[in-house]
Design a protein around this ligand. Structure first.
Ligand SMILES: Nc1ncnc2c1ncn2[C@@H]1O[C@H](COP(=O)(O)OP(=O)(O)OP(=O)(O)O)[C@@H](O)[C@H]1O
Ligand SMILES: [Mg+2]
Length: 245
């Protein structure tokens, strides 16, 4: 890469990535993937050496797959091991979740779902990004009343979340794995286009090779065990899987 990131303006910084202003093109940003791994809204935190590069490549491959299928994303290209060129967007502060198997917070919050049961259709939820409040659920009525986005924009992110989930569900199925659930985020470009932004990595979903819960390779391994070495094997296996998308 021809730029020294330490010289660039930081637009946003989270626990696992940093967004830098592009030094030449105001329509673009640089997205740097760190080695940090966190769970429980940051309550658990470790450094997994090599994770940034693995996740950067994973997200590049997955975003490319979505672009091929006509899903608008912020991804432009990967420009070095840990860094992507992305379209500059204003982030919508919602986590958009789709599921096809009940697991995690869903079965904790709603005991009428049995852990591991197949849902009758791909579901859609939104949560407001607020670590201190553990990303509380929010619906369209509140999100629009609160000025986070318009009614039309909410419908668009709903549609893209479901569409992208089905594309990735099929891609995982083709390589012998089950996509249980995932989380995506959206941004709005300067010309008003809604694009899938942020990342799609092993931090974003639950994936069970062979459809078997005990064979999970995603971040759930770290949430459950806190074992960084063991979890890293899953991140490496995930990269191998998405290379076949
Ligand atoms: N194309 C983009 N333009 C601007 N901001 C972006 C873009 N893609 C992602 N972001 C934002 O970059 C920030 C940093 O990402 P990161 O995932 O580390 O943060 P976080 O969501 O606060 O933390 P965590 O994901 O660890 O809970 C987030 O606020 C994310 O929404
Ligand atoms: Mg994030």
């Amino acid at each position: 890469m021809k730029w020294d990131l330490s010289q660039l303006e930081i637009i946003a910084e989270g626990k696992t990535k940093t967004v830098y202003a592009h030094p030449e093109n105001p329509q673009l940003s640089l997205l740097y993937f760190k080695d940090d791994i966190t769970a429980g809204d940051g309550a658990k935190h470790d450094v997994m050496k090599g994770k940034g590069a693995i996740n950067c490549e994973t997200s590049s491959l997955v975003m490319r797959c979505l672009n091929r299928h006509g899903v608008p994303t912020h991804f432009v290209e990967q420009i070095d091991e840990n860094t992507q060129l992305v379209r500059k967007v204003d982030m919508i502060p919602l986590e958009c979740i789709s599921r096809q198997i009940a697991y995690g917070s869903l079965v904790r919050r709603f005991p009428f779902f049995k852990k591991g049961e197949q849902l009758p259709y791909v579901t859609f939820e939104t949560h407001f990004k607020n670590d201190a409040e553990h990303d509380p659920p929010i619906n369209k009525s509140l999100a629009v009343a609160g000025g986070l986005l318009t009614n039309e924009q909410y419908k668009i992110i709903h549609g893209i979340t479901i569409k992208a989930f089905k594309i990735l569900r099929d891609a995982f199925e083709n390589v012998g794995a089950t996509l249980v659930d995932y989380k995506v985020e959206f941004g709005i470009t300067s010309d008003g286009q809604i694009v899938l932004a942020d990342e799609l990595t092993n931090d974003s979903w639950r994936v069970w090779p062979g459809g078997i819960e005990e064979h999970m390779i995603d971040k759930q391994v770290y949430r459950d065990t806190g074992d960084v070495k063991k979890a890293k094997v899953g991140y490496e296996q995930m990269l191998e899987l998405v290379r076949r998308f």
